[in-house]
Structure formats: structure tokens, C-alpha cells
Design a protein around this ligand. Structure first.
Ligand code: A3P
Length: 292
């Protein structure tokens, strides 16, 4: 997977790469893992978090880790980033003790589906409203040097809408997952919304813990809630996260709110996004985007 300089309709460039299905991915990902994802060996007890970039994967990973730690042989004390399939190697994943809590940004049709079904793997699928995703991704792209990218937010938005980012088009990604989940009833999938987790944390924690076969004890869930609250996580993970920007700030823990997109979008940009979402995902039954 050679680095690819992508030029958008405004002439801005971003360094990415392309997988063997022709989809754009990050140039720092391990190409063997990206292209080998569909045939990745799975284990009984594995849990895999799947999400489009910037949809709350770190948060969900830490939440699931704590929920699983309570009821199973303790999930290995490690970081989400070390359990990301695209950044790992077969040997490193093999070395993780069960139950493994993995994560990836692959499209539905790139998942190791037959292995997942055969081994009873549990999949947690997280999504977030796309105005927040675009906002968060803009900061991600401008803060990580490997993209060699700088542009205004306005220019960025057309790049995002055109799917010229690692993780490719958010619309295709989400459509593919909705269709895949609907057509694959044997796959164990739990769908989570970032905004629902923010607004109704205890309810969502209870649902998730039930899916994972864990405790629904109120006190325990409250502790998990406190441990995974944004401020707590931002402080705690500043010591352990692998990714910092050139100012030494942890890129993966930025604002952690529902409404920060309003500080970036003009009314016209918001309407542009609304009409793109309507056109691309207007008939979705699964995605209920919440903006505040
Ligand atoms: P923002 O950039 O909007 O703050 P991912 O983990 O999928 O890359 O998503 C990153 C986004 O999730 C970032 O969004 C990050 O700040 C936010 N996030 C990380 N931890 C969180 C938490 N504990 N609660 C809420 N949001 C969190």
C-alpha cells in the first residue's frame, strides 16, 4: 500500500493510502492487516468494536473494557490503540489474552464475517452524527503530521463529503453497515449512538453490559460511568495514549461533546451537510442522528 497524495476539488492535498478494495485508508496503517481483515482469525469470546473514524471508538472501548473486566477473566490491561487491528500485527493480536477487545474501521464487507459468526463474536457498532464526525476528523487531519494536510474548515467539508479521507466515504460506510446488519441476522451486533451514550448513559451502559453478558448492578454501572466520563478519561489517558499532536495534546481526547460542530459550521455548511445526509442516508431506518 503505497502512500497516495490525494488532491481535492479545492486543490488541497492529503497523504493517504488505498486498500485492495480501492478504499482510502490511513498511510500509517499496517497494509497486511488492512487487506487481511476479511480473513483474520477470530476467537470465541472476542468482542470487536466497529465504527467510522471519530465516532467515539476510544470511549466505547474503555467502557466495554471496564464492563468486561467485571465478569470475565480480566481483559488485558492495555489501550484501545494497541487493540486496533489495522495498527497491529497477527503476532501481537495472537499474543493478547482472551477475552480480546478489538476494534477496527473496516467496512461491513471487510469484516471476517464467517469467523465472527462461527465463533459467536460480539460486535459493537458505534455511530455519531456526521457534523460532529466531520468536525472531529478535521482536527484529527490537521493535527497529525503524517497527513501533511492544512486547509480551512470550508475546504475540508467538501473533502469529507467527497469521501477523500481515510475510512473513505462516511455515507458508503454507514449504508454498508446498515445493509450488512439487516442481511446478517446470525451476527451478534449491538448498535450504539454516541449521542445516546451522552444523553442517557446509565440506560446505554445497562444495555451494553447486558449484551456483553455482564453485570447490570446500578452501583457498578455508576462506577463505569464515572471512569469513562470525558474529563476523567482525558486526564487519565493523557498519560497512556499513543497519540499526541506537536503541542503535546492528546489528539483522541479533544472536546467530547455533542454540539462542538456548531462552533465550526456556518448555517450554509450545516444545510449542505443536511442535504447530503438526506440524499445519501435519507431512507435509513438505523441511523437517528442527533445534533444537540
Ligand atoms: P471530539 O474531537 O469531538 O472531541 P474516536 O475514538 O472514534 O477516534 O473518536 C474520538 C472522539 O471521541 C473525539 O471527539 C473525542 O474527544 C471523543 N471522546 C473520547 N473520549 C470520550 C469520552 N469519554 N466521552 C465522550 N467523548 C469522548
Amino acid at each position: 500500500m503505497a502512500d497516495e497524495t490525494t488532491t481535492d476539488r479545492n486543490g488541497d492535498v492529503m497523504i493517504l493510502a488505498r486498500n485492495n478494495r480501492g478504499r482510502l485508508v490511513a498511510c500509517v496503517w499496517n497494509q497486511d492487516m488492512v487487506n487481511g481483515l476479511p480473513s483474520l482469525p477470530m476467537r470465541e469470546g472476542d468482542v470487536v468494536i466497529c465504527s467510522y473514524a471519530k465516532s467515539g471508538c476510544h470511549w466505547t472501548w474503555e467502557t466495554a473494557r471496564l464492563l468486561m473486566s467485571h465478569h470475565e477473566a480480566v481483559v488485558q490491561q492495555t489501550e484501545k490503540e494497541q487493540c486496533m487491528i489495522e495498527m497491529s500485527t497477527l503476532e501481537k493480536l495472537e499474543a493478547l489474552k482472551s477475552p480480546r477487545l478489538l476494534n477496527n474501521h473496516g467496512f461491513f464487507d471487510e469484516q471476517p464475517l464467517s469467523e465472527m459468526i462461527a465463533k459467536g463474536v460480539k460486535v459493537i457498532f458505534v455511530y455519531r452524527n456526521l457534523k460532529s464526525v466531520a468536525t472531529s476528523f478535521y482536527h484529527h487531519h490537521t493535527r497529525f503530521q503524517e497527513y501533511n494536510y492544512s486547509a480551512t474548515f470550508d475546504n475540508y467539508l467538501s473533502r469529507f463529503l467527497d469521501g477523500l479521507v481515510d475510512n473513505d466515504s462516511a455515507f458508503s460506510y454507514l449504508r454498508g453497515w446498515e445493509k450488512g446488519i439487516a442481511e446478517t441476522p446470525d451476527l451478534k451486533v449491538h448498535v450504539l449512538s454516541y449521542e445516546e451514550m451522552k444523553k442517557h448513559p446509565m440506560e446505554e451502559l445497562r444495555r451494553l453490559s447486558k449484551f456483553l453478558g455482564g453485570s447490570e448492578d446500578e452501583e457498578f454501572l455508576k462506577k463505569v460511568f464515572e471512569e469513562t466520563d470525558f474529563d476523567t478519561m482525558q486526564k487519565k489517558k493523557a498519560k497512556t495514549t499513543l497519540y499526541f499532536d506537536s503541542n503535546g495534546l492528546p489528539v483522541m481526547y479533544r472536546k467530547g461533546t455533542i454540539g462542538d460542530w456548531k462552533n465550526h459550521f456556518t448555517v450554509a455548511q450545516s444545510e449542505l451537510m443536511d442535504s447530503a445526509i438526506q440524499k445519501e442516508l435519507g431512507d435509513s431506518k438505523m441511523f437517528k442522528f442527533q445534533y444537540e
